[in-house]
Design a protein around this ligand. Structure first.
Ligand SMILES: Nc1ncnc2c1ncn2[C@@H]1O[C@H](COP(=O)(O)OP(=O)(O)OP(=O)(O)O)[C@@H](O)[C@H]1O
Ligand SMILES: Nc1ccn([C@@H]2O[C@H](COP(=O)(O)O)[C@@H](O)[C@H]2O)c(=O)n1
Length: 232
């Protein structure tokens, strides 16, 4: 763990971590940010939050024009402390409700709407610009679209089997085959949309986490960030 004084004197660094579902983006990003004294932004939580709002406000999720018309209505606020990230919509803490199966099954349809992406991308850029010591931002299009000038871009991958096993463990024994199918379906929707799809940036470092422990992935990314900082 870096000391607070060291974190204050190190140059600010912007790290983009992208990849498919369940590859370890959130766990890795939070730990790296905490270890290096950086802020942390979970952009998936923001798309989940706007989806939660649409569902709760009776917006027809199958109608992209209805989603587009409502895209600027909810106020979404993200807290970026890696030891306790927060997400609120119109002043309500939605950290729990955005993780339901209903939101998970609808988020790809909402996040594919260009007006939603424009709104959330602006929010992400303003949060990154305000992070004094630097920030780790994780999602699907951070290295390609949101922060194309990031100091370091990482693209995490893992086999569908490994990702499903990790998620099933997290969901207390959920069926691995069903979990695998739903991960693959969401990745296909996120990769196949027209606007800012899930994709590896040309200059991203790909890390296959299938046979790595979480601790090994964290160490690998910390080393890459430290190398970038040293070169600044
Ligand atoms: N290298 C690893 N080895 C074993 N388990 C891991 C590894 N990386 C992450 N995990 C576990 O896998 C699960 C999914 O990780 P995490 O939520 O960080 O993935 P994610 O890429 O952010 O997923 P999503 O995009 O769906 O939010 C968590 O339970 C996490 O602890
Ligand atoms: N940069 C991003 C991040 C996320 N999404 C969409 O949100 C969904 C949920 O993401 P999680 O990381 O919380 O699983 C994801 O499936 C995408 O539809 C996005 O589009 N861009």
């Amino acid at each position: 763990m870096e000391t607070a004084a060291a974190a204050r004197t190190a140059p600010a660094v912007i790290v983009a971590i992208d990849g498919p579902s369940g590859t370890g983006k959130s766990s890795t990003s939070k730990a790296v940010a905490a270890q290096l004294g950086l802020s942390y932004l979970d952009t998936g939580a923001q798309y989940r939050a706007i989806t939660w709002w649409m569902v709760n406000n009776g917006i027809d999720i199958t109608d992209p024009s209805a989603i587009a018309g409502a895209a600027d209505k909810p106020e979404i606020v993200s807290g970026t402390d890696p030891s306790g990230p927060t997400i609120a919509v119109d002043g309500t803490d939605v950290a729990g409700p955005i993780r339901t199966e209903e939101v998970t099954s609808k988020v790809s349809a909402v996040s594919a709407v260009p007006e939603v992406r424009t709104r959330i991308t602006e929010l992400q850029r303003s949060i990154a610009a305000g992070a004094g010591a630097g920030i780790v931002v994780e999602g699907r299009d951070i290295g390609t679209t949101v922060l194309p000038d990031a100091d370091l871009k990482i693209f995490l991958t893992a086999s569908p089997e490994a990702r499903a096993a990790r998620r099933s463990g997290e969901l207390k024994g959920a069926d691995v085959a069903a979990t695998r199918d739903s991960l693959i379906k969401r990745d296909a929707a996120d990769s196949g949309r027209k606007t800012s799809p899930l994709a590896k940036a040309g200059d991203a470092v790909e890390v296959d986490t299938t046979d790595l422990t979480l601790q090994q992935v964290i160490e690998c990314v910390v080393t890459l960030v430290e190398e970038k900082r040293a070169a600044k």
